[in-house]
Design a protein around this ligand. Sequence first.
Ligand code: AHR
Length: 611
Amino acid sequence: LFVNATKDSTTTIPDTLFGIFFEEINHAGAGGLWAELVDNRGFEAGGQATPSDIAPWFILGDETLLVLSTDRSSCFEHNKVALRMEVFCDSKGPIICPAEGVGVYNPGFWGMNIEQGMNYKLILYLRSYNPINVSASLTDSTGSQTLATVKIIASSVSNWTRMEFLFAAEATNPNSRLQLTTTQSGVIWFDQVSLMPVDTYKGRGFRNDLFKMLADIKPAFLRFPGGCFIEGNRLPNAVRWKDTIGPWEERPGHYGDVWDYWTDDGLGHLEFLQLAEDLGALPIWVFNNAISLHGEVNTSIILPFIHEILDGLEFAKGDASSTWGSVRASLGHPEPFDLRYVAIGNEECQMKSYRGNYLRFYDAIKHFYPDIQIISNCDGSSQKLDHPADMYDYHIYTDANTMFSKYHAFDYSARDGPKAFVSEYAVTKKEDAGTGSLLAALAEAGFLLGLERNSDIVEMASYAPLFVNTHDRRWNPDAIVFNSAQVYGTPSYWMQQFFVESNGASLLNSTLQASSTTSVLASAIIWKNTDDAEYYLRLKFVNFGSGTVSLKITINGVKINTKSSTVTTLTSNNVLDENSFDKPAKVAPVKAPLTADVDADGKGMVVTLSQ
Ligand code: AHR
């Protein structure tokens, strides 16, 4: 490999090149990054009609002693459904309740992670015509071990009453549940039952360990909230941002019919913008463009959809005196968010109404926000777009060989039009990727080297999907796997760590010469951190072949400080190796001092790339 590190041999990689794409898929948010522990906290999962689907709430106790039903008596206008619990036993007879009481429990999203010494905030709304005496407790999955209890006693709750308690957990169990029980006959209504760990990232509601995984790959941008999630199979199930802001109790929630689960939308529009800000990433809002997977609205009548999006932009960007900016300010964020990009839809380029709808959104947004960069989802990598756009979206899910060969995907793309946003890429062929293999990561790394090399035209790239709750794998593979208490990165996650310094770095001219095989790819970047006097040089190699490769590297223009140089390797015995909860770092980067045979002048060395 010959690397030319002289000044006239560099190009600057965009600051935005590598980021992340968060979609509400695989319970990534509900039961994932969003730390709410109660699933279906408002009993609305079945929709607004009653009887409603209260799963995963369960009856606790003998079914002849209590009846659970739902009615529309809630104090929340957009969430009228409430749980009605009628109890037929008492502590005084004639039918005596069991000592442990009867009631309901919620196991959360496949078990709640409760940790000894940590605090959990319970908020609930209830009412009853009688005085109440309820126990709220955190127990193991069978109810036999109690981790924390609070007593809910009130003499007068005939009107809906908000109550808040703090649990201090006395034991640890990643598969806990929340129980609400009583030993008194009568009727109690419950609604909006929430249990949150007190310790979330900056108290914002983001699960600490999952947030850290995102922060560690230093994303330059956050694309959200979908994906097909924003489309919906049917339009009524698409995401409508206004339903996802404001007090959590009043958010209607919605059924994401593409990935087939209910979300309470605790992780809403404001939380996504906040997440981006907390990650130091630029938000990229993907909105529904009046098209769902199985239905579209004719362009002539999409004005209400356009107003909705303009309001959303004002919510994010307007100052605190504007109509929607003031709503944002009232929700605790007076400063506008740095929203510079929006995507008009996700993957609807082939749909009948796409262009018509797109142009209406485009014109309206550019009229009111001329600086916003607009992303079309028609691929402009091989032919020019037939409509105006600042960027075009490019999605690729394929086998490992094809992905590796896509190193060249943008070599011949037009340089004079919109930039490319590779907002979803992954090796997905089952035999190659499994649930996240080294082979997939290597192929993707080759693809990313091509994006670096073409970063005069490629502005942004993100892997997809980002998260999977191991209990709800709607899509394989994914970058980050978790359950209620544990998390690990797949090789594709770790692969991205090799690119964290690329954003804004200088790409050096480098040439793989002569006998090097076509299965080896390389790149060289150089950058300087603000407070450091010295520059950092990173050479990246991908060996996609089946043999060991010995590389002679010559670097022109800089002298390497070999003493502080390191080599980081992502490899394993078998290319199909994967990580797991038991072996989370089976395929993870290993960093070691550079031991390569370095020439005396520090300009040349020989490294060996294992197969
Ligand atoms: O990343 C999973 C899905 O793949 C996304 O929802 C969609 O945009 C693509 O088809």
